[in-house]
Each structure stands twice: as structure tokens, then as C-alpha cells.
Design a binder for this molecule. Sequence first.
Ligand code: ZN
Length: 270
Amino acid sequence: MGWFSAWRRRRALARHPISDTLWAQARAGLPILDGLSAEQDALLRERSALFLHAKTLSALPGVELDDTGRVYLAAQAQLPLLGLPELNWYQGFHEIVLYPDDFLSPQRYRDGSGVEHEWDAEHSGEAWHQGPVIMAWPGVLASGEWEAYNLVIHELAHKLDMLSGAANGLPPLHSDMRVQAWADAMQGAYNDLNAQLDANPDGETAIDPYAAENPAEFFAVTSEYFFSAPDLLVEAYPQVYAQLRLFYRQDPLARLRQASATPANANPQH
Ligand code: ZN
């Protein structure tokens, strides 16, 4: 990072800091941050401030977005990047649009015989290639717990995936990772999940069956689990957990175990 960007960064942080009170308020609704070290917590707070400086959060009518909500979203957006060097991971978009509720999105699919099918699907989030990210605000508010759901991390995982072109479940891997090892782990688990659903479409699966839609959704859903239910992911697909650990350079399972070992904070919010 050159001196100019370092200066810009200091200026942005000086002009738009996140106060102690605001950080504590946002953090109270984010049990998935429990177990972070003091240094990691400080870094997350700093990067959350820079994120809010760089991105526009546009709230549609019906969304009550206050400063706590903005920080709450930013902290979850920055959590996946916490172990990574500060490169421009969230590039190619400037805006996150917050909808008051789930929304209908037109879908199109051409089947094997060339027939085009069109329908509307209900979504709580969408990430457009070279475009904005859309999130339903209730889904954002429902994120942040150790409950195998995180809309913010899900949609932004799609953005990481898109760094190497169209979303296909293969984000740009670090030089110490092997594409083959990634592909083996992901494909094996993806096939297993699909086989389970083929055998019993209504049966219980270890992770959300939405992950079986396509490899891009598999990466987004397993990223959600990695940060919000690492125990379930590691039990179902340990190799996927291992690859995501190499990619995100974090070990949320260790944090979860540490958080469960210490008395729970009295911090219900939303
Ligand atoms: Zn998705």
C-alpha cells in the first residue's frame, strides 16, 4: 500500500470512526464474533468503518436503517476477510440495496430439449456480477448468530466467487492452495448432498439443501455454515471445512468452542 492510500485510509478512519458505543451495540447482536481476539476485534472494527466509507447502503422504503444497523451489516461483511491481507476483495460493486422483505426474482432455465422455462422465485438476496448486492433486511437481521444462517456472508461469498469470473464455486485461491484439492473436496460433498436429495427429496440433510442447486450456491452456503455453524459443517464435510479454512485463513470452529466454553453474554438483540 502506497503512502497515498495509507493517508486516505487514516483520513477515512479519522472522519468516520465507529464509536465504542456503536460498536458495542452492533456487536451485541453478533454472537458469531465471540471468540475473536482483542486485536482481531479492533481490526474488524477498523475495516467495518472503511467498508461503510467505501460502499453505499441504500435502504428501500420500509427498511429502518440506523447507524447500529449499518455497523451490524458491515461487521458481518468484513468477518470473512478478517484473516486476509487487505486487498480489494469486494470490488466491482459500490452499493448494497436493502429490501424491506423477500422479493420475487425472474428465473430462466433452458432444459435439455431446448425449452425455455421462466418463473419467479422468492429470494432474500442476490449478487449481480459487476453489479450491486441485494439483501432483504429481515434476512440481515436474522443473521449474526451461530445458527447456520447468514445472508450477508452468503451474498458476499458470491462476490468473492465472481472475482475469478462468473460464479462457479471457485474463488481465486491463494498460492499455497491447490485447485485440485479444492475441487475434490467441494465436488465430493456436492455430489454427496445431491445423492442424498435424489434418494430422499424431503429428507433431512446435514446442510441446507439449497447448497445442492449448483456449485456457486454450494460455496455460498458452505461459507455461511463455516462462519455460523462450523460444527455442523466440519461434521458433515470435514474436507470442505479444511479448504474453506485455508481460503478464509480463519478457524471459526475454535471460536465457537471457545464461545461455548465461556458463559453466554446476556446480549439478545433483534
Ligand atoms: Zn446464493
